[in-house]
Design a protein around this ligand. Structure first.
Ligand code: COA
Length: 374
């Protein structure tokens, strides 16, 4: 079997950002308007009054302080509360392809190769802006890549599942160099009128280049030791948006056509499952927790990550062992663990080992053990 290395990563961060205070001010203005407009119905008990959101709660419950978004104005306008992103003509690059290209350039630079060296593209993310043609094929065309491309979606685990697909392709010989990109426009599927979740997501794009170690130009990349995937059906994180919505006109705009979760249950059910998965994955590869220099975990909730790492290591982790980007980026779905890896991998020495791990809707979880080469 061929050895596969991650030779480059890239990150595109949108220019606009929203702090907790800005988001909460807009949500609370919406609540005040709603309550004033429904005062009589609230008084008679027909309608339930809405309650303010609070920045303090958001930071304490999740670790999130800020998020980047593709369009701030629409989200913060309490009469709109959704990003305003114009449709583009078919001749223009799509927004997701554009984000993907920006992240890819950075990854190519680290890998020391050009786009024409790539022979397969995977766009893997939790929401695709159209059904077809595949965004990945558009990315392939914009970059002038020969070969093949496809899109895939495993929600928050899209990147780790994408890494396993890419690795399997290189190992089997169906591709030599794969570009795996995660353009996440999470603000497009977030219900900014829902107090329980309006603060959760941000937008971003990450890119990962995986190559056959024999032909890799960057000799100090991260060798993939092993990958492990897991899935188990759950309704606790759900989004019913899809192509059949227009066939059920009466329900087309219901709240379930945006992101909905039972956050408490997700926290309770997924955290132990992920800790066990990482521990088992390490054991299957003859490794123990103390062999890990760092865990780049899915960025959904700071407390959840502390719980998982403590369970794996047996003690409270330092920032260095489990870096977080939640404070700055919020939950960016599949991109979260890759942002953490991208930003906190430069200090790894040859031979040091770490785990990239994602988890989320499905449920789905992915663990990727990597070791610095060179
Ligand atoms: N502002 C202020 N208070 C809020 C609030 C807000 N925006 N949202 C909820 N609350 C209140 C609730 O009303 C509740 O009040 P009560 O105790 O008086 O009933 C209290 O805060 C706790 O609410 P709860 O929903 O149980 O909070 P939590 O501690 O579970 O935190 C999440 C919520 C979403 C941050 C957390 O559950 C989580 O991150 N779970 C994991 C989710 C995950 O990984 N999802 C993957 C998605 S890709």
């Amino acid at each position: 079997m061929k050895q596969v290395v991650v030779t480059g990563t890239g990150l595109y961060t949108p220019e606009q950002s929203i702090s907790n205070d800005e988001l909460v001010a807009s949500y609370n203005a919406y609540v005040d308007n709603f309550n004033a407009g429904n005062a009589a119905a609230i008084e008679s008990g027909e309608v339930e009054a809405l309650t303010h959101s609070a920045s303090g709660f958001i930071e304490k419950a999740s670790g999130i302080k800020n998020r980047y978004v593709m369009n701030k104005t629409g989200i913060l306008d309490s009469n709109v509360m959704t990003p305003q992103i114009e449709e583009r003509p078919n001749e223009a690059p799509s927004l997701q392809a554009e984000m993907a290209i920006k992240a890819t350039h950075q990854a190519l630079e680290e890998a020391g190769i050009t786009a024409s060296d790539i022979d397969a593209v995977i766009v893997s993310c939790s929401n695709l802006q159209r059904a077809y043609p595949a965004i990945s094929i558009e990315v392939q065309s914009l970059l002038g890549i020969e070969g093949f491309a496809f899109d895939m979606n495993v929600a928050c685990s899209s990147a780790t599942f994408g890494i396993q697909m890419a690795r399997d392709m290189v190992r089997s010989g169906s591709a030599k160099r794969v570009l795996m990109v995660n353009p996440e426009i999470c603000s497009g599927h977030l219900n900014f009128r829902d107090r329980d979740s309006h603060f959760i997501f941000g937008d971003v794009c990450t890119a990962v280049i995986l190559e056959d170690a024999e032909i890799a130009k960057n000799k100090s990349g991260f060798e993939i030791i092993d990958t492990k995937l897991f899935s188990q059906f759950s309704n606790n994180i759900r989004n019913n948006f899809g192509f059949l919505n227009r066939a059920a006109e009466h329900a087309r705009d219901d709240k379930d056509k945006l992101f909905i979760q039972n956050g408490r249950k997700v926290f309770r059910e997924v955290s132990p499952l992920v800790a066990t998965m990482i521990t088992e994955h390490l054991a299957e590869n003859g490794l123990e927790a103390q062999d890990l220099r760092r865990m780049w975990l899915h960025q959904a909730n700071r407390n959840m990550n502390d719980f998982i790492v403590k369970k794996v290591l047996g003690y409270e982790p330092e920032f260095d062992q489990q870096p977080t980007v939640l404070d700055e980026y919020a939950n960016t779905s599949s991109a979260g663990s890759i942002i953490a890896f991208h930003k906190y991998k430069q200090d790894f020495k040859a031979g040091e080992t770490g785990v990239i791990c994602s988890f989320g809707a499905g449920y789905s979880a992915g663990s990727v053990i990597v070791r610095r080469a060179g």
